[in-house]
Design a protein around this ligand. Structure first.
Ligand code: SAM
Length: 253
């Protein structure tokens, strides 16, 4: 999978993603990262990329020209690499607090693409006309306002990259974790068996895979019911799960 990021701060994206698991995946060529500095596409003699908003008001707005030219350079590179990609609609994601809120389902959907282009805004945002021309998806990482789209792009790339086969050492680990099936993950334990008088639940030491799986499922259900009851409404629950939750809820009263 190839990530392309249009930004005014390429070093921020590179430094953030070139470490740990995403860094290793880049070294193995399981994923690639291209950062494009929008400022390099300014035709202004001072390399200016922003200007005052029409109609007045606070702050500056990123001008359409540099963003459009930076995008076209990325698109040309992708089409030159792979002639078939010309037939595909390239997904161009504008990070914005006005977008649909990012979640695991969106990460799973986007992880199936071969190329993803991320557009990071700054200041008061980007001239609307260029957004209308190039953007396919408007995505927010939550209901708060950040200074730029770089951190949101990194959040999205990290969440998407770890779903790409080969990025995690054990692909199964992405399959059973929090949000998969709309349930929070069960608690995890490692050695030592007893830590400051607190012991690991006995069932996990039993070696009985069936009992371990049942306990983990029940812990997931309990956690989700207590912390994120909204998720339970979307989760695929078995009859046994429903019965367990009914009994759990009665026991709490
Ligand atoms: N004036 C814009 C508005 O009210 O919608 C906010 C601009 S914000 C200060 C600057 C840039 O940060 C945005 O263009 C966007 O790229 C990014 N950004 C800020 N908050 C974000 C969020 N919650 N999710 C994704 N991107 C965000």
């Amino acid at each position: 999978m190839n990530f392309h990021v249009l930004t005014l701060f390429p070093e921020m994206i590179e430094q953030g993603l070139q470490t740990s698991i995403t860094g290793r995946a880049m070294k193995n060529n399981t994923i690639s990262l291209q950062t494009v500095n929008i400022r390099d596409y300014s035709e202004n003699k001072h390399n200016q990329v922003d200007d005052y908003p029409y109609g007045g008001g606070a702050g500056m707005v990123m001008a359409p020209g540099p963003v459009y030219r930076a995008y076209k350079a990325v698109e040309e590179g992708i089409f030159a690499r792979d002639d078939n990609s010309k037939d595909k609609k390239l997904r161009v994601i504008y990070l914005t607090p006005q977008g649909r809120v990012f979640n695991q389902a969106i990460a799973e959907e986007l992880s199936k693409e071969e190329d993803l282009v991320f557009l990071c805004g700054h200041y008061e945002g980007i001239d609307e006309r260029v957004l209308e021309m190039i953007v396919t998806d408007y995505v927010s990482i939550g209901d708060y306002v950040l200074t730029g789209g770089e951190l949101p792009a990194m959040v999205m790339i990290d969440a998407i990259a770890r779903l790409v086969p080969g990025v995690l050492n054990n692909d199964a680990s992405a399959e059973f974790e929090t949000f998969h099936d709309n349930l929070l993950e069960y608690p995890q334990y490692t050695r030592p068996e007893t830590f400051m008088d607190k012991s690991v639940p006995k069932v996990l030491l039993s070696g009985h895979h069936g009992n371990v799986a049942k306990w983990r499922r029940q812990q997931s259900l309990i956690r989700t019911a207590n912390i994120r009851p909204d998720l339970l409404e979307k989760a695929k629950l078995t009859k046994e799960d429903i019965k367990f939750l009914e009994e759990y809820n009665k026991s709490k009263k």
